[in-house]
Design a binder for this molecule. Structure first.
Ligand SMILES: Nc1ncnc2c1ncn2[C@@H]1O[C@H](COP(=O)(O)OP(=O)(O)OP(=O)(O)O)[C@@H](O)[C@H]1O
Length: 296
């Protein structure tokens, strides 16, 4: 693959395996590791529309403690959802389960009718999770463009002109200066922009973003991100983002999900008043979320 960046070109060796994209779970969860090369053997043409992604009594336990339990929720195509909750409520864990990075301890996650699990690579290709500090892998010496190309290979995206699209996104997001730097030498916001480019180019059905508004993006980056989230939903995609600011849910989301200590306590369009029994019993951190979401 050869990427034109300004007047230069970056040539990448074909069929080289790097740890990125789908192989992410191998880094943190060795037991979920896919056999080397499996990401390349996936049947082509599976990028059908996803109508919904559902959690059915989903739960995850860490060292004997439930981080999430009894989660029932359905996210529908064409909608943007915000996932809110105090620190430690289980937001990141929920995203990692939906992305297939982590196995469930109980219950099911269904992409339409198909059960998501770490080894279901054809399903994982329909979903992408961007962590807050993604794209700047510790100890990895590749350039951002190489990491990006690996993600494209992992998701088996094959269309002509993708090199020009990459160059265009580098330009639009004002990161042309970092394209051949070592990934670990990028700033937090630059690294996030590179991951965003991967998301926009690959454009799987389900976009999961963990704290995108705390990822160090500048005003231009934030504007582009919001536009792309809306465009993806308009095209029939599903977006779920976490945030510590209920205002983001009010402004962007069609639906808000609120977690409290691993339980889903509220799911509704923003600007609705939570049931009194939830609000009254809530701890201050949960109360602040519910008040921020409710009518002004
Ligand atoms: N790998 C892990 N091992 C053990 N416990 C974990 C692990 N990951 C998460 N936890 C625990 O699960 C619970 C939920 O964590 P999670 O990161 O999902 O919360 P969060 O809502 O994203 O928090 P924050 O807003 O602070 O990012 C916490 O009690 C956390 O300590």
């Amino acid at each position: 693959m050869s990427i034109p960046i300004g007047s230069k070109k970056l040539d990448l060796p074909a069929n080289t395996y790097y740890d990125a994209g789908l192989s992410k779970s191998c880094q943190t969860h060795p037991t979920n590791c896919l056999p080397p090369g499996l990401t390349r053997t996936i049947v082509k043409g599976l990028l059908l529309v996803v109508e919904r992604i559902s959690l059915v009594q989903a739960g995850r336990v860490f060292s004997g403690k439930w981080a999430l339990r009894g989660i029932d929720a359905t996210l529908e195509a064409g909608k943007i959802y915000a996932l809110l909750g105090a620190n430690g409520a289980g937001k990141s864990t929920l995203l990692q389960l939906l992305a297939g990075w982590l196995p469930l301890s109980e219950g099911r996650i269904l992409l339409d009718e198909s059960p998501m699990r770490p080894t279901a690579v054809h399903l994982r290709r329909k979903v992408m999770l961007l962590e807050e500090s993604t794209g700047r892998p510790r100890g990895v010496q590749y350039t951002p463009t190489r990491v990006l190309c690996q993600a494209i290979q992992d998701y088996d995206v094959q269309r002509s002109g993708i090199e020009d699209e990459i160059a265009d996104w580098y330009d639009r997001l004002d990161v042309t200066s970092v394209y051949d730097k070592e990934a670990r030498s990028m700033s937090k916001g630059q690294a996030y922009k590179i991951s965003m480019i991967g998301l926009f180019l690959i454009a799987p059905n389900v976009w999961l973003l963990d704290e995108p508004f705390s990822a160090g993006l500048d005003a231009n980056g934030l504007k582009i991100l919001e536009t792309q989230l809306r465009t993806h939903a308009e095209r029939g995609g599903i977006v779920l983002f976490t945030s510590q600011w209920p205002e983001h849910a009010r402004r962007l989301a069609d639906g808000a999900l609120v977690l409290d200590e691993g339980k889903l306590v509220w799911i509704a369009p923003p600007r609705q008043s939570p049931k009194p029994e939830i609000a009254v019993a809530a701890q201050p951190s949960l109360q602040a979320v519910l008040q921020g979401l409710g009518p002004e």
